[in-house]
Design a protein around this ligand. Structure first.
Ligand code: NAD
Length: 411
């Protein structure tokens, strides 16, 4: 690996890249005082994160420069490395964002979605990779945050595109471990694994495993703990409403049905609806799910569905963030609190796949139910901190995570 990688915030790579090649390194600082300054800056940036989360809205956030100033944008939130990947024959256009290079590896899923612009895709990669660092800290996983975002609308040959992507991931030499995320299919997974060994979340056959079950299992523990702390209801008296009956949503629905809860769900895909209905899920239209009568509302589709307009319509007393970046903006956690709704922060609640992936990496075991159950404890700590310090639950989660990040980087 290039020497400069250890230096931190002031060391930035921007590679427009050949598979497997490190490319040019810009601004390498092999100088002790500069290293110390870099470390201090890094800590300061991370401390600032306790109170600010500026990369949230690619369209309108006033904190962001109007024109894309990549290095400046990276410095805003402490991102250390971004790999821009394009391959004309397959139409691959992707960003691999690595928020922190220490501790390694950086974990992050591959998201393959339509984006209006490469700028939107980049901001998605930046904010999702950053939140992964906090997810690692809260989950007690030794690792940092990363994310791959692929612009699906530019792809002309999907298997070829995934192959090229796999070669780039392999070329990173293991500093990044890729997992599945929205839009990444089992066919993509097969192809990817022919090109790279650096994946997270191995299954029983050594292949990349669907992470939905682990995420659902962890989220279930978090929700059950929140219900115990914030509700008088028995589980059999509880209604859980799930927006999005995909990999995580349907797995969560099964679990709550087995526990005796009533489960209401919505999806935009008729095959997902039919499957869930057979399990016993009561289906409502997608436009009604956020305002449906329930005790726990679980956004489990895309992020950003809980915002100023949807919050007043919510009837649940608990909103359980499973979709990454569930809130349109972090400040909406305070609005939820004002409406007597307890918000369970996504980067605490949906860490099951990360926990299981990291466990797979460090042991040869495929499951770790005890560790997944630990998400219940994390949620309890967040709720306690929120009460003690009069913080929104997002602020409490960031405070807890930032303390852990700083403790790690200070040694
Ligand atoms: P998925 O693609 O399998 O499922 C998402 C489902 O949401 C799909 O069935 C889709 O049709 C549905 N959907 C989309 N728009 C909708 C709408 N407006 N109303 C209702 N349904 C809608 O994805 P997934 O793997 O289940 O992940 C769900 C969310 O959880 C994503 O935000 C993902 O980033 C997050 N997450 C997933 C994991 C994981 O392990 N898969 C881990 C952490 C976070």
């Amino acid at each position: 690996m290039a020497a400069g990688v250890t230096i931190g915030l002031l060391e930035v790579f921007f590679r427009a890249s050949k598979p497997g090649s490190a490319g040019p390194t810009v601004g390498s600082l092999e100088h002790e005082p500069l290293k110390a300054a870099a470390q201090a800056t890094k800590l300061r940036v991370r401390l600032n994160l306790i109170v600010s989360r500026t990369i949230t809205d690619p369209q309108g956030d006033k904190h962001l420069p109007y024109k894309l100033e990549l290095l400046e944008t990276m410095a805003l939130e402490g991102h250390e490395q971004i790999l821009a990947v394009q391959d004309a024959p397959s139409g691959l256009r992707a960003w691999i964002a690595i928020h922190a290079l220490d501790p390694q590896p950086a974990f992050g899923g591959i998201r393959i979605l339509n984006y209006r612009s490469e700028r939107d895709a980049l901001f998605d990669a930046l904010r999702l990779s950053r939140i992964m660092t906090y997810k690692c800290a809260l989950a007690g996983v030794r690792g940092s945050g990363a994310k791959t975002v692929v612009i699906s609308n530019s792809i002309t040959d999907r298997p070829a595109a995934i192959r090229v992507l796999g070669r780039h991931i392999e070329g990173l030499g293991g500093i990044y471990r890729a997992g599945p995320d929205a839009g990444f299919t089992s066919e993509d997974q097969q192809v990817l694994m022919e090109e790279t060994q650096y994946i997270a979340h191995f299954g029983v056959d050594g292949g990349m495993q669907s992470a939905g079950d682990a995420t659902a299992e962890g989220a279930m523990h978090g929700i059950l703990r929140a219900l115990k702390l914030r509700s008088e209801l028995q589980i059999e008296e509880t209604t859980v409403a799930i927006q999005g009956l995909g990999s995580v949503g349907v797995s969560l629905a099964k679990r709550f049905l087995e526990l005796g809860a009533r489960v209401v769900g919505a999806d935009v895909d008729s095959s997902k609806i039919a499957f869930a209905q057979n399990l016993g899920v009561t289906i409502v239209p997608p436009s009604k799910i956020l305002s449906t009568s329930c005790d726990v509302l679980v956004p489990c589709a895309m992020g950003g569905t809980i915002h100023d307009v949807s919050i007043p319509r919510i009837q649940a007393s608990i909103v359980a963030g499973v979709a990454n970046n569930t809130l349109g903006h972090d400040s909406q956690a305070a609005l939820l609190k004002e409406n007597n709704i307890t918000f369970l922060p996504d980067f605490a609640l949906n860490a099951g796949a990360l926990i299981e992936g990291s466990h797979n990496l460090h042991t040869d075991e495929n499951s770790c139910p005890q560790k997944l159950a630990g998400i219940g404890e994390t949620i309890a700590n967040i709720l306690q901190r929120s009460d003690d310090d009069k913080l929104s639950t997002i602020e409490a989660a960031f405070a807890l995570a930032s303390e852990k990040v700083i403790a790690t980087t200070s040694h």
